[in-house]
Design a protein. Sequence first.
Length: 532
Amino acid sequence: MADVDVVVVGAGFAGLYMLHKLRQLGFSARVFEVGDGVGGTWYWNRYPGARCDTESMEYSYGFDDDLQQEWHWTERYATQPEIERYANHVADRYGLRDGITFNTRVTAATFDEADHTWRVQTDTGEDVTATYVVFATGCLSSANMPDIEGIDTFEGLEVHTGRYPKEGVDYSGKRVAVIGTGSSAIQSIPIIAEQCADLTVFQRTANYAVPAWNQPLAPDDVADIKEHYGEFRAANRTMAAGFGSRLPEGTGKAVAECTPDEIRAELDKRWAYGGLGFLGGFIDVLLTPSANEVVADYVRQKIRETVKDPKVAELLSPEQVIGCKRLCVDTGYYATFNNEHVHLVDIKETPIERITPAGVLTSEREYAVDIIVFATGFDAMTGALLSIDIKGRDGVSLQDAWHAGPRTYLGLGVKGFPNMFTITGPGSPSVLTNMMVSIQQHVDWIGDCLTYLRDHHVTTIEAEQEAQDAWVDYVNTIAAFTLFPTCNSWYLGANVPGKTRVFMPLLGYPPYEEKCNDVAAKNYEGFALTPA
Ligand code: NA7
Protein backbone atom coordinates (compact mmCIF):
# COMPACT_ATOMS: atom_id res chain seq x y z
CA MET A 1 0.00 0.00 0.00
CA ALA A 2 1.53 3.31 -1.09
CA ASP A 3 1.83 6.32 1.23
CA VAL A 4 -0.27 8.43 -1.12
CA ASP A 5 -2.21 7.94 -4.32
CA VAL A 6 -0.25 10.52 -6.26
CA VAL A 7 3.02 12.41 -5.97
CA VAL A 8 3.05 15.57 -8.06
CA VAL A 9 6.42 17.12 -8.85
CA GLY A 10 6.29 20.92 -9.16
CA ALA A 11 3.96 23.64 -7.86
CA GLY A 12 3.65 25.81 -10.94
CA PHE A 13 0.33 26.23 -12.68
CA ALA A 14 0.28 22.55 -13.65
CA GLY A 15 1.06 21.26 -10.15
CA LEU A 16 -1.39 23.61 -8.45
CA TYR A 17 -4.33 22.63 -10.61
CA MET A 18 -3.35 18.94 -10.47
CA LEU A 19 -3.41 19.03 -6.68
CA HIS A 20 -6.78 20.77 -6.65
CA LYS A 21 -8.21 18.28 -9.15
CA LEU A 22 -6.89 15.25 -7.25
CA ARG A 23 -8.42 16.48 -4.04
CA GLN A 24 -11.74 17.15 -5.76
CA LEU A 25 -11.70 13.57 -7.05
CA GLY A 26 -10.86 12.10 -3.65
CA PHE A 27 -7.25 11.08 -4.30
CA SER A 28 -4.58 11.68 -1.68
CA ALA A 29 -1.62 13.63 -3.02
CA ARG A 30 1.63 15.31 -2.11
CA VAL A 31 3.36 17.96 -4.12
CA PHE A 32 7.10 18.66 -3.95
CA GLU A 33 8.48 22.00 -5.05
CA VAL A 34 12.09 23.26 -5.24
CA GLY A 35 11.16 26.92 -4.69
CA ASP A 36 9.85 28.39 -1.48
CA GLY A 37 6.69 29.57 -3.20
CA VAL A 38 4.21 28.61 -5.92
CA GLY A 39 4.22 29.74 -9.56
CA GLY A 40 6.94 27.64 -11.21
CA THR A 41 8.29 29.55 -14.20
CA TRP A 42 6.66 32.67 -12.77
CA TYR A 43 8.38 32.15 -9.46
CA TRP A 44 11.88 31.89 -10.98
CA ASN A 45 11.76 34.33 -13.90
CA ARG A 46 11.58 37.56 -11.91
CA TYR A 47 13.99 39.54 -14.11
CA PRO A 48 13.13 43.17 -14.91
CA GLY A 49 10.41 43.36 -17.55
CA ALA A 50 9.35 39.72 -17.24
CA ARG A 51 5.89 39.47 -18.74
CA CYS A 52 3.75 36.84 -20.32
CA ASP A 53 3.48 36.99 -24.12
CA THR A 54 -0.06 35.60 -23.99
CA GLU A 55 -2.69 38.20 -23.11
CA SER A 56 -3.70 38.16 -19.45
CA MET A 57 -7.43 37.58 -19.96
CA GLU A 58 -6.44 34.32 -21.63
CA TYR A 59 -3.42 33.36 -19.53
CA SER A 60 -5.40 32.22 -16.52
CA TYR A 61 -7.39 29.21 -15.36
CA GLY A 62 -10.87 28.71 -16.73
CA PHE A 63 -11.91 25.77 -14.56
CA ASP A 64 -13.89 27.80 -12.05
CA ASP A 65 -16.09 30.70 -13.12
CA ASP A 66 -15.96 32.25 -9.65
CA LEU A 67 -12.17 32.43 -9.89
CA GLN A 68 -12.12 34.03 -13.33
CA GLN A 69 -14.84 36.49 -12.35
CA GLU A 70 -13.18 37.63 -9.13
CA TRP A 71 -9.58 38.00 -10.35
CA HIS A 72 -8.67 41.36 -11.88
CA TRP A 73 -5.86 41.54 -14.40
CA THR A 74 -4.63 45.09 -14.84
CA GLU A 75 -2.69 45.05 -18.11
CA ARG A 76 -2.95 43.53 -21.56
CA TYR A 77 0.17 41.45 -20.81
CA ALA A 78 0.58 40.62 -17.14
CA THR A 79 3.90 41.19 -15.40
CA GLN A 80 5.71 38.46 -13.47
CA PRO A 81 4.72 39.96 -10.08
CA GLU A 82 1.06 40.01 -11.06
CA ILE A 83 1.15 36.42 -12.34
CA GLU A 84 2.96 35.30 -9.20
CA ARG A 85 0.26 37.02 -7.11
CA TYR A 86 -2.37 35.16 -9.11
CA ALA A 87 -0.63 31.81 -8.45
CA ASN A 88 -0.58 32.64 -4.74
CA HIS A 89 -4.22 33.66 -4.83
CA VAL A 90 -5.11 30.29 -6.38
CA ALA A 91 -3.05 28.41 -3.78
CA ASP A 92 -4.84 30.24 -0.95
CA ARG A 93 -8.29 30.23 -2.46
CA TYR A 94 -8.33 26.45 -2.83
CA GLY A 95 -6.34 25.77 0.36
CA LEU A 96 -3.52 24.07 -1.52
CA ARG A 97 -0.47 25.06 0.52
CA ASP A 98 -0.76 22.29 3.07
CA GLY A 99 -0.41 19.74 0.27
CA ILE A 100 2.86 21.23 -0.98
CA THR A 101 6.30 20.60 0.49
CA PHE A 102 8.46 23.58 -0.50
CA ASN A 103 12.25 23.91 -0.67
CA THR A 104 12.42 20.27 -1.67
CA ARG A 105 13.83 18.84 -4.87
CA VAL A 106 12.74 15.42 -6.10
CA THR A 107 15.98 13.66 -6.92
CA ALA A 108 14.76 10.20 -7.90
CA ALA A 109 11.59 8.33 -8.79
CA THR A 110 11.75 4.56 -9.13
CA PHE A 111 8.99 2.21 -10.23
CA ASP A 112 8.73 -0.90 -8.09
CA GLU A 113 7.38 -3.69 -10.27
CA ALA A 114 6.55 -5.97 -7.34
CA ASP A 115 3.92 -3.73 -5.82
CA HIS A 116 3.31 -1.33 -8.73
CA THR A 117 4.24 1.78 -6.84
CA TRP A 118 6.60 4.67 -7.35
CA ARG A 119 9.24 5.43 -4.75
CA VAL A 120 9.98 9.14 -4.76
CA GLN A 121 13.10 10.47 -3.07
CA THR A 122 14.03 14.06 -2.31
CA ASP A 123 17.09 16.07 -1.42
CA THR A 124 15.74 16.59 2.10
CA GLY A 125 15.71 12.85 2.73
CA GLU A 126 11.97 12.38 2.32
CA ASP A 127 11.12 9.03 0.82
CA VAL A 128 7.50 8.59 -0.25
CA THR A 129 5.67 5.85 -2.12
CA ALA A 130 2.83 6.63 -4.50
CA THR A 131 0.61 4.69 -6.86
CA TYR A 132 1.05 7.35 -9.52
CA VAL A 133 3.59 10.05 -10.19
CA VAL A 134 2.76 13.17 -12.15
CA PHE A 135 5.57 15.36 -13.41
CA ALA A 136 4.41 18.97 -13.48
CA THR A 137 7.98 20.11 -13.88
CA GLY A 138 7.39 22.77 -16.53
CA CYS A 139 8.77 23.25 -20.02
CA LEU A 140 11.00 26.24 -19.28
CA SER A 141 12.28 25.53 -15.80
CA SER A 142 15.76 24.12 -16.18
CA ALA A 143 18.01 27.16 -16.66
CA ASN A 144 20.65 26.79 -19.38
CA MET A 145 23.88 28.17 -17.95
CA PRO A 146 26.46 28.21 -20.74
CA ASP A 147 29.67 26.34 -20.26
CA ILE A 148 31.99 29.31 -20.78
CA GLU A 149 35.53 29.01 -19.46
CA GLY A 150 36.27 31.12 -16.43
CA ILE A 151 32.61 31.56 -15.50
CA ASP A 152 33.46 30.97 -11.84
CA THR A 153 36.28 33.49 -11.82
CA PHE A 154 34.16 36.62 -12.34
CA GLU A 155 34.49 38.99 -9.40
CA GLY A 156 31.24 40.87 -10.02
CA LEU A 157 27.66 39.61 -9.85
CA GLU A 158 26.41 36.87 -12.21
CA VAL A 159 22.67 36.22 -12.56
CA HIS A 160 20.55 34.05 -14.84
CA THR A 161 17.17 35.45 -15.90
CA GLY A 162 15.55 32.07 -15.21
CA ARG A 163 16.93 31.91 -11.64
CA TYR A 164 16.72 35.59 -10.87
CA PRO A 165 17.43 36.66 -7.28
CA LYS A 166 14.33 37.35 -5.23
CA GLU A 167 15.83 40.48 -3.73
CA GLY A 168 16.35 41.96 -7.22
CA VAL A 169 19.50 43.50 -8.66
CA ASP A 170 20.53 47.15 -8.37
CA TYR A 171 21.86 48.21 -11.76
CA SER A 172 22.26 51.91 -10.96
CA GLY A 173 25.67 53.24 -11.92
CA LYS A 174 26.78 49.76 -12.99
CA ARG A 175 28.43 48.42 -16.14
CA VAL A 176 26.34 45.48 -17.27
CA ALA A 177 26.76 42.65 -19.78
CA VAL A 178 23.75 40.75 -21.07
CA ILE A 179 24.56 37.47 -22.82
CA GLY A 180 21.78 36.23 -25.09
CA THR A 181 19.10 37.95 -27.16
CA GLY A 182 16.05 35.71 -26.75
CA SER A 183 12.74 36.74 -25.22
CA SER A 184 14.11 37.18 -21.68
CA ALA A 185 16.89 39.47 -22.92
CA ILE A 186 14.53 41.38 -25.20
CA GLN A 187 12.17 42.04 -22.29
CA SER A 188 14.85 42.98 -19.78
CA ILE A 189 17.37 44.95 -21.89
CA PRO A 190 15.26 48.14 -22.24
CA ILE A 191 14.71 48.26 -18.48
CA ILE A 192 18.26 47.39 -17.50
CA ALA A 193 19.44 50.07 -19.97
CA GLU A 194 17.27 52.67 -18.23
CA GLN A 195 18.87 51.84 -14.89
CA CYS A 196 22.52 51.15 -15.58
CA ALA A 197 25.49 53.30 -16.54
CA ASP A 198 26.66 51.17 -19.44
CA LEU A 199 25.21 48.09 -21.15
CA THR A 200 26.89 45.67 -23.53
CA VAL A 201 24.71 43.06 -25.21
CA PHE A 202 26.42 39.92 -26.51
CA GLN A 203 24.39 38.58 -29.42
CA ARG A 204 24.86 35.18 -31.04
CA THR A 205 21.66 35.17 -33.10
CA ALA A 206 19.51 38.22 -33.81
CA ASN A 207 15.83 37.75 -33.01
CA TYR A 208 12.54 39.06 -34.34
CA ALA A 209 10.43 41.09 -31.94
CA VAL A 210 7.01 42.60 -32.55
CA PRO A 211 5.60 45.33 -30.32
CA ALA A 212 3.46 44.42 -27.34
CA TRP A 213 1.71 47.80 -27.22
CA ASN A 214 1.08 46.87 -23.65
CA GLN A 215 -1.53 49.01 -21.89
CA PRO A 216 -3.95 48.94 -19.00
CA LEU A 217 -6.93 46.74 -19.77
CA ALA A 218 -10.03 48.68 -20.79
CA PRO A 219 -12.81 48.06 -18.19
CA ASP A 220 -15.39 47.64 -20.98
CA ASP A 221 -13.36 44.92 -22.69
CA VAL A 222 -12.82 43.11 -19.42
CA ALA A 223 -16.52 43.31 -18.58
CA ASP A 224 -17.39 42.02 -22.03
CA ILE A 225 -15.03 39.05 -21.76
CA LYS A 226 -16.18 38.25 -18.24
CA GLU A 227 -19.78 38.27 -19.34
CA HIS A 228 -18.99 35.59 -21.90
CA TYR A 229 -15.93 33.99 -20.32
CA GLY A 230 -17.08 30.43 -21.00
CA GLU A 231 -17.64 31.11 -24.71
CA PHE A 232 -14.35 33.01 -24.90
CA ARG A 233 -12.42 30.06 -23.43
CA ALA A 234 -14.21 27.62 -25.73
CA ALA A 235 -13.51 29.77 -28.79
CA ASN A 236 -9.81 29.94 -27.89
CA ARG A 237 -9.65 26.17 -27.69
CA THR A 238 -10.68 26.02 -31.34
CA MET A 239 -7.66 28.12 -32.33
CA ALA A 240 -4.49 26.42 -33.61
CA ALA A 241 -2.45 27.62 -30.62
CA GLY A 242 -5.26 27.66 -28.04
CA PHE A 243 -5.45 31.45 -27.94
CA GLY A 244 -6.36 34.47 -29.99
CA SER A 245 -10.03 34.08 -30.90
CA ARG A 246 -10.38 37.86 -30.63
CA LEU A 247 -7.36 38.67 -32.80
CA PRO A 248 -8.00 40.53 -36.03
CA GLU A 249 -9.02 38.12 -38.77
CA GLY A 250 -6.33 37.14 -41.24
CA THR A 251 -6.57 37.17 -45.03
CA GLY A 252 -7.20 33.42 -45.10
CA LYS A 253 -4.88 33.38 -48.13
CA ALA A 254 -1.31 32.44 -48.96
CA VAL A 255 1.06 35.39 -49.32
CA ALA A 256 1.47 34.68 -53.04
CA GLU A 257 -2.30 35.01 -53.51
CA CYS A 258 -2.26 38.60 -52.22
CA THR A 259 -1.32 41.81 -53.99
CA PRO A 260 1.58 43.85 -52.56
CA ASP A 261 -0.96 46.38 -51.24
CA GLU A 262 -2.96 43.67 -49.50
CA ILE A 263 0.19 42.23 -47.94
CA ARG A 264 1.32 45.62 -46.71
CA ALA A 265 -2.11 46.46 -45.30
CA GLU A 266 -2.34 43.12 -43.51
CA LEU A 267 1.12 43.42 -41.96
CA ASP A 268 0.55 47.07 -40.98
CA LYS A 269 -2.71 46.05 -39.30
CA ARG A 270 -1.00 43.23 -37.38
CA TRP A 271 2.00 45.35 -36.40
CA ALA A 272 -0.39 48.01 -35.08
CA TYR A 273 -2.27 45.36 -33.09
CA GLY A 274 0.97 43.83 -31.74
CA GLY A 275 1.78 40.54 -30.09
CA LEU A 276 2.19 36.95 -31.23
CA GLY A 277 -0.78 37.20 -33.60
CA PHE A 278 1.55 39.06 -35.97
CA LEU A 279 2.27 35.81 -37.82
CA GLY A 280 -1.40 34.97 -38.35
CA GLY A 281 -2.21 37.12 -41.37
CA PHE A 282 -1.58 34.49 -44.03
CA ILE A 283 -1.97 30.73 -44.09
CA ASP A 284 1.54 29.85 -45.23
CA VAL A 285 3.97 31.98 -43.21
CA LEU A 286 5.41 28.95 -41.45
CA LEU A 287 5.06 26.65 -44.44
CA THR A 288 6.55 28.42 -47.46
CA PRO A 289 10.01 30.03 -47.42
CA SER A 290 9.05 32.78 -49.88
CA ALA A 291 5.95 33.71 -47.83
CA ASN A 292 8.01 33.75 -44.68
CA GLU A 293 10.61 35.97 -46.27
CA VAL A 294 8.00 38.62 -47.07
CA VAL A 295 6.92 38.79 -43.43
CA ALA A 296 10.50 38.61 -42.12
CA ASP A 297 11.54 41.43 -44.42
CA TYR A 298 8.74 43.61 -43.10
CA VAL A 299 10.19 43.29 -39.59
CA ARG A 300 13.73 43.92 -40.84
CA GLN A 301 12.45 47.12 -42.45
CA LYS A 302 10.94 48.15 -39.10
CA ILE A 303 14.32 47.53 -37.44
CA ARG A 304 16.05 49.73 -40.03
CA GLU A 305 13.46 52.47 -39.45
CA THR A 306 13.95 52.29 -35.67
CA VAL A 307 17.68 51.86 -35.17
CA LYS A 308 19.66 54.94 -36.18
CA ASP A 309 23.07 53.36 -36.74
CA PRO A 310 22.75 51.30 -39.96
CA LYS A 311 25.49 48.91 -38.85
CA VAL A 312 23.70 48.18 -35.57
CA ALA A 313 20.39 47.84 -37.43
CA GLU A 314 22.00 45.33 -39.76
CA LEU A 315 23.39 43.34 -36.84
CA LEU A 316 20.00 43.31 -35.13
CA SER A 317 18.29 42.04 -38.28
CA PRO A 318 17.65 38.31 -38.05
CA GLU A 319 18.43 36.02 -40.94
CA GLN A 320 16.52 32.91 -39.94
CA VAL A 321 12.91 32.13 -40.77
CA ILE A 322 10.55 34.32 -38.72
CA GLY A 323 8.62 32.28 -36.15
CA CYS A 324 11.10 29.41 -36.26
CA LYS A 325 12.53 30.54 -32.96
CA ARG A 326 9.68 31.73 -30.80
CA LEU A 327 8.66 35.24 -31.84
CA CYS A 328 9.45 37.82 -29.15
CA VAL A 329 7.02 40.48 -27.99
CA ASP A 330 8.81 43.65 -26.97
CA THR A 331 8.54 47.13 -25.55
CA GLY A 332 11.22 49.38 -26.97
CA TYR A 333 13.87 46.70 -27.57
CA TYR A 334 15.33 47.84 -30.87
CA ALA A 335 15.13 51.55 -29.96
CA THR A 336 17.20 50.85 -26.84
CA PHE A 337 20.23 50.48 -29.11
CA ASN A 338 19.94 54.18 -30.04
CA ASN A 339 21.25 55.03 -26.56
CA GLU A 340 24.91 55.94 -26.47
CA HIS A 341 25.54 53.81 -23.41
CA VAL A 342 24.13 50.66 -25.04
CA HIS A 343 26.47 48.57 -27.20
CA LEU A 344 25.95 45.45 -29.30
CA VAL A 345 28.66 42.84 -29.74
CA ASP A 346 28.32 40.22 -32.45
CA ILE A 347 29.72 37.09 -30.85
CA LYS A 348 29.39 35.12 -34.05
CA GLU A 349 32.04 37.43 -35.47
CA THR A 350 34.05 37.83 -32.25
CA PRO A 351 33.20 34.86 -30.00
CA ILE A 352 33.35 34.96 -26.24
CA GLU A 353 36.60 33.23 -25.27
CA ARG A 354 36.18 33.33 -21.54
CA ILE A 355 34.78 35.13 -18.56
CA THR A 356 37.57 36.89 -16.70
CA PRO A 357 37.61 38.25 -13.15
CA ALA A 358 36.86 41.67 -14.68
CA GLY A 359 34.26 40.79 -17.31
CA VAL A 360 33.85 39.19 -20.74
CA LEU A 361 36.73 38.47 -23.07
CA THR A 362 35.91 38.06 -26.75
CA SER A 363 38.34 37.23 -29.54
CA GLU A 364 38.62 40.99 -30.01
CA ARG A 365 38.88 42.55 -26.54
CA GLU A 366 37.89 42.42 -22.91
CA TYR A 367 34.68 44.14 -21.72
CA ALA A 368 35.01 45.12 -18.07
CA VAL A 369 31.64 44.95 -16.29
CA ASP A 370 30.17 44.81 -12.79
CA ILE A 371 27.24 42.51 -13.54
CA ILE A 372 26.75 39.72 -16.08
CA VAL A 373 23.16 38.76 -16.88
CA PHE A 374 22.91 35.35 -18.51
CA ALA A 375 19.72 35.46 -20.59
CA THR A 376 20.70 32.15 -22.11
CA GLY A 377 17.41 30.32 -21.86
CA PHE A 378 16.50 26.83 -20.78
CA ASP A 379 17.10 23.17 -21.35
CA ALA A 380 13.50 23.23 -22.54
CA MET A 381 10.82 20.57 -22.26
CA THR A 382 13.06 17.70 -21.14
CA GLY A 383 15.68 19.37 -18.93
CA ALA A 384 13.72 19.34 -15.67
CA LEU A 385 12.49 15.77 -16.20
CA LEU A 386 15.88 14.38 -17.08
CA SER A 387 17.54 16.07 -14.12
CA ILE A 388 15.58 13.62 -11.94
CA ASP A 389 16.79 10.02 -11.81
CA ILE A 390 13.59 8.43 -13.11
CA LYS A 391 13.66 4.65 -13.43
CA GLY A 392 10.83 2.61 -14.89
CA ARG A 393 10.44 -1.11 -15.62
CA ASP A 394 13.60 -3.24 -15.45
CA GLY A 395 15.46 -0.34 -13.87
CA VAL A 396 15.64 1.47 -17.24
CA SER A 397 16.22 5.18 -16.77
CA LEU A 398 14.31 7.88 -18.62
CA GLN A 399 17.68 9.24 -19.72
CA ASP A 400 18.37 5.95 -21.50
CA ALA A 401 14.85 5.60 -22.87
CA TRP A 402 15.18 9.11 -24.34
CA HIS A 403 18.81 8.94 -25.43
CA ALA A 404 17.79 9.73 -29.01
CA GLY A 405 15.27 12.37 -27.97
CA PRO A 406 12.03 12.23 -26.01
CA ARG A 407 9.49 9.55 -26.99
CA THR A 408 6.00 9.72 -25.52
CA TYR A 409 2.46 8.75 -26.29
CA LEU A 410 0.39 11.96 -26.47
CA GLY A 411 3.04 13.75 -24.40
CA LEU A 412 1.29 12.18 -21.41
CA GLY A 413 2.71 8.69 -20.99
CA VAL A 414 5.96 6.85 -21.74
CA LYS A 415 6.39 3.16 -22.61
CA GLY A 416 8.28 1.41 -19.81
CA PHE A 417 7.15 3.95 -17.19
CA PRO A 418 3.77 2.74 -15.91
CA ASN A 419 1.54 4.99 -13.79
CA MET A 420 3.64 8.01 -14.72
CA PHE A 421 2.20 11.10 -16.38
CA THR A 422 3.88 14.21 -17.75
CA ILE A 423 1.89 17.43 -17.88
CA THR A 424 2.57 19.28 -21.15
CA GLY A 425 5.29 16.77 -21.93
CA PRO A 426 7.19 16.58 -25.22
CA GLY A 427 4.92 15.33 -27.98
CA SER A 428 2.02 17.49 -26.79
CA PRO A 429 1.23 21.03 -28.04
CA SER A 430 2.47 22.64 -24.78
CA VAL A 431 4.81 25.54 -25.59
CA LEU A 432 3.21 26.15 -28.99
CA THR A 433 -0.03 27.04 -27.25
CA ASN A 434 -1.36 29.14 -24.43
CA MET A 435 0.21 27.04 -21.67
CA MET A 436 -2.79 27.53 -19.38
CA VAL A 437 -5.06 25.86 -21.93
CA SER A 438 -2.72 22.93 -22.40
CA ILE A 439 -2.11 22.53 -18.68
CA GLN A 440 -5.82 22.41 -17.92
CA GLN A 441 -6.50 19.99 -20.73
CA HIS A 442 -3.84 17.62 -19.41
CA VAL A 443 -4.85 17.90 -15.77
CA ASP A 444 -8.50 17.26 -16.66
CA TRP A 445 -7.50 14.29 -18.82
CA ILE A 446 -5.27 12.80 -16.10
CA GLY A 447 -8.01 13.34 -13.51
CA ASP A 448 -10.54 11.51 -15.69
CA CYS A 449 -8.03 8.77 -16.39
CA LEU A 450 -7.22 8.15 -12.71
CA THR A 451 -10.93 8.03 -11.92
CA TYR A 452 -11.45 5.46 -14.68
CA LEU A 453 -8.56 3.35 -13.38
CA ARG A 454 -9.98 3.47 -9.86
CA ASP A 455 -13.51 2.64 -11.02
CA HIS A 456 -12.29 -0.25 -13.17
CA HIS A 457 -9.80 -1.63 -10.62
CA VAL A 458 -6.84 -1.18 -12.92
CA THR A 459 -3.39 -1.62 -11.37
CA THR A 460 -1.17 -0.10 -14.04
CA ILE A 461 -1.52 2.04 -17.13
CA GLU A 462 1.36 2.21 -19.59
CA ALA A 463 1.82 3.52 -23.12
CA GLU A 464 2.03 0.74 -25.70
CA GLN A 465 5.10 0.61 -27.91
CA GLU A 466 3.18 0.70 -31.17
CA ALA A 467 1.01 3.63 -30.10
CA GLN A 468 4.03 5.54 -28.86
CA ASP A 469 6.03 4.92 -32.07
CA ALA A 470 3.09 6.00 -34.20
CA TRP A 471 2.66 9.11 -32.07
CA VAL A 472 6.31 10.11 -32.35
CA ASP A 473 6.09 9.65 -36.13
CA TYR A 474 2.97 11.80 -36.25
CA VAL A 475 4.58 14.64 -34.27
CA ASN A 476 7.66 14.54 -36.52
CA THR A 477 5.69 14.32 -39.74
CA ILE A 478 3.70 17.43 -38.88
CA ALA A 479 6.83 19.36 -37.87
CA ALA A 480 8.62 18.32 -41.08
CA PHE A 481 5.79 19.81 -43.08
CA THR A 482 6.65 23.26 -41.67
CA LEU A 483 9.64 25.60 -41.47
CA PHE A 484 10.11 24.94 -37.73
CA PRO A 485 13.00 22.50 -38.13
CA THR A 486 15.07 25.03 -40.14
CA CYS A 487 16.76 26.91 -37.29
CA ASN A 488 18.52 26.24 -33.99
CA SER A 489 15.58 26.75 -31.65
CA TRP A 490 14.95 25.46 -28.16
CA TYR A 491 11.89 23.66 -29.61
CA LEU A 492 14.49 21.39 -31.21
CA GLY A 493 16.82 21.31 -28.24
CA ALA A 494 19.39 22.97 -30.51
CA ASN A 495 20.27 25.63 -27.92
CA VAL A 496 21.82 23.11 -25.55
CA PRO A 497 25.19 21.66 -26.63
CA GLY A 498 25.00 17.89 -27.05
CA LYS A 499 21.19 17.66 -26.83
CA THR A 500 19.61 15.45 -29.49
CA ARG A 501 17.94 17.51 -32.17
CA VAL A 502 14.25 16.56 -32.23
CA PHE A 503 11.26 18.85 -32.65
CA MET A 504 9.60 18.32 -29.27
CA PRO A 505 6.17 20.02 -29.22
CA LEU A 506 3.20 19.04 -31.40
CA LEU A 507 1.73 21.59 -33.79
CA GLY A 508 -2.03 22.11 -33.67
CA TYR A 509 -4.07 22.21 -30.49
CA PRO A 510 -7.68 21.36 -31.55
CA PRO A 511 -6.97 18.00 -33.23
CA TYR A 512 -4.78 17.07 -30.27
CA GLU A 513 -7.55 17.72 -27.75
CA GLU A 514 -9.87 15.67 -29.94
CA LYS A 515 -7.36 12.81 -30.10
CA CYS A 516 -6.96 12.77 -26.30
CA ASN A 517 -10.72 12.72 -25.83
CA ASP A 518 -11.01 9.93 -28.35
CA VAL A 519 -8.34 7.86 -26.61
CA ALA A 520 -10.19 8.27 -23.31
CA ALA A 521 -13.55 7.43 -24.91
CA LYS A 522 -12.03 4.21 -26.27
CA ASN A 523 -11.01 3.12 -22.77
CA TYR A 524 -7.51 4.54 -23.11
CA GLU A 525 -6.68 3.13 -26.49
CA GLY A 526 -2.92 2.88 -27.00
CA PHE A 527 -2.32 2.35 -23.28
CA ALA A 528 -1.99 -1.12 -21.77
CA LEU A 529 -4.17 -1.45 -18.65
CA THR A 530 -3.42 -4.22 -16.17
CA PRO A 531 -6.36 -5.39 -14.09
CA ALA A 532 -5.92 -5.92 -10.34
P1 NA7 B 1 15.98 31.68 -25.46
O1 NA7 B 1 14.87 32.14 -26.31
O2 NA7 B 1 16.44 30.27 -25.60
O3 NA7 B 1 17.19 32.67 -25.70
C1 NA7 B 1 18.47 32.41 -25.19
C2 NA7 B 1 19.45 33.35 -25.80
O4 NA7 B 1 20.76 33.06 -25.26
C3 NA7 B 1 19.57 33.19 -27.31
O5 NA7 B 1 19.81 34.44 -27.87
C4 NA7 B 1 20.79 32.29 -27.45
O6 NA7 B 1 21.45 32.41 -28.66
C5 NA7 B 1 21.64 32.79 -26.33
N1 NA7 B 1 22.64 31.83 -25.88
C6 NA7 B 1 22.40 30.58 -25.39
N2 NA7 B 1 23.57 29.99 -25.07
C7 NA7 B 1 24.54 30.88 -25.36
C8 NA7 B 1 25.94 30.86 -25.26
N3 NA7 B 1 26.58 29.77 -24.80
N4 NA7 B 1 26.64 31.95 -25.64
C9 NA7 B 1 25.98 33.03 -26.11
N5 NA7 B 1 24.65 33.12 -26.25
C10 NA7 B 1 23.94 32.05 -25.87
O7 NA7 B 1 15.64 31.88 -23.91
P2 NA7 B 1 14.78 33.02 -23.24
O8 NA7 B 1 14.91 32.84 -21.77
O9 NA7 B 1 15.10 34.33 -23.80
O10 NA7 B 1 13.31 32.70 -23.68
C11 NA7 B 1 12.77 31.39 -23.53
C12 NA7 B 1 11.29 31.44 -23.72
O11 NA7 B 1 10.69 32.03 -22.56
C13 NA7 B 1 10.80 32.29 -24.84
O12 NA7 B 1 10.85 31.67 -26.07
C14 NA7 B 1 9.38 32.59 -24.42
O13 NA7 B 1 8.56 31.49 -24.68
C15 NA7 B 1 9.50 32.73 -22.93
P3 NA7 B 1 21.06 31.43 -29.91
O14 NA7 B 1 19.74 31.93 -30.39
O15 NA7 B 1 20.96 30.03 -29.34
O16 NA7 B 1 22.16 31.59 -30.87
